[in-house]
Design a protein around this ligand. Structure first.
Ligand SMILES: [Zn+2]
Length: 366
């Protein structure tokens, strides 16, 4: 109801919509006393509205996706396929996720992508997109006619999520996008990835929102060589990753530390929940805590799930809920809970959907 006017007489303090003419005298028989004058009432109302707004913001997790992500086509049998996103979408359409705020991913500006990639590289990717069929950018990275728009909106989702979280319009956000991004180096597409969504999101938070200390944490089962490459020389940009080794892309040894801002915690094939949790509790989370980030960005790959065909780390969906909560604890301590999560890998549809659901429901604090 719109509060039009606040009236007071001997017996009642009440509010009524603008233009409403019912007299307060109707309520004479009610033997109540005013507890506050009009000024106090207005002040309490304004405070209550502010509190309501804050409460709503704290509870809102934003989910960002776009139909164009399905138009990034890969050859038959390729593990990075549109059905992955359909599986996530289907899972998050469940009633349990009705409280998610949902938005469509905008296209990123080329200047934003240039925060992490040289302009000639961006131009090469744009020109590589075919008008029909698919072309290979490297042995396992492809582009189809829809890939350019999907790439722009993939970056756009991450950047929009940063905008919403940094301005307090959402508590945190999950971007269901493809192609993934963490293998894309400064000037090289690889490992199904064209642009480094997470690294660009971090650079954007710094350029547009004044964030000084950024962190990308990566629990995808593959090492995020692209993010590491882009962050390597900048001590304010933290990168922490657990991943299987040896495995694609071959980087991620514990002695790859950049300016001391890179923490790699390699795992062995066959390792499961205990080794995964120990890597985060003993190595990555203490370093992330010490970095004191203004925003945490998650490279959320779910291919360490035991069902995944591309790796051999035996996690369950509960491990992804666990690491999400641990990261939220750090975000609560240092940056009012600000987190932006971006989908990377996860190639078993059932394992991916269950893990993404566990991740998002933890983000929602339900
Ligand atoms: Zn992966």
């Amino acid at each position: 109801m719109t509060i039009g006017q606040v009236s007071r007489n001997a017996n009642a303090v009440y509010s009524r919509p603008a233009g409403h003419t019912v007299s307060a005298l109707r309520y004479e028989a009610r033997d109540c006393r005013p507890t506050q004058d009009a000024e106090a009432f207005e002040s309490a109302r304004a405070e209550s509205e502010t509190l309501n707004e804050k409460a709503t913001i704290r509870l809102t997790t934003l989910y960002i996706s776009h139909p164009s992500f399905l138009d990034h086509e890969t050859p038959y049998g390729h593990p990075e396929r549109a059905d992955r996103l359909r599986a996530v979408e289907h899972m998050l359409s469940d009633e349990a996720f009705q409280m998610l705020a949902r938005d469509q991913a905008p296209k990123a500006e080329l200047e934003t992508i240039a925060l992490a990639h040289p302009e000639d590289y961006i131009d090469t990717i744009r020109k590589t997109a075919p008008s029909e069929g698919t072309v290979h950018v490297d042995a396992d990275t492809c582009m189809s006619p829809g890939s350019w728009e999907a790439s722009l909106r993939g970056v756009g989702a991450a950047v929009y999520a940063v905008d919403q979280v940094m301005t307090g319009k959402a508590a945190n956000a999950f971007c269901a996008t493809r192609p993934p991004g963490h293998h894309a180096e400064r000037g090289r597409a690889m490992g199904f990835c064209l642009f480094s969504n997470a690294a660009i999101a971090a650079m954007h938070a710094r350029a547009e929102h004044g964030a000084e200390r950024l962190a990308v944490v990566d629990f995808d089962v593959h090492h995020g060589n692209g993010t590491q490459d882009i962050f390597w020389h900048d001590a304010d940009l933290f990168y922490g990753s657990s991943h299987e080794m040896p495995l694609f892309p071959g980087t991620g040894a514990a002695n790859e530390t950049g300016k001391g801002n890179i923490i790699n915690a390699p795992l062995h094939a066959g390792d499961g929940s205990d080794a995964f949790r120990a890597a985060w509790d003993e190595r990555i989370l203490p370093a992330l805590d010490a970095h004191s980030p203004d925003l945490i960005i998650i490279s959320a790959g779910f291919d360490a799930h035991f069902r995944d065909p591309l790796a051999n780390i035996q996690l369950t969906h509960q491990d992804f809920a666990w690491i999400t909560q641990r990261l939220m604890d750090v975000a609560d301590k240092h940056c009012e809970g600000r987190m932006v999560s971006i989908l990377e890998g996860g190639y078993d549809l059932q394992g991916l959907a269950a893990s993404a659901a566990a991740h998002v429901s933890t983000l929602m604090r339900v």
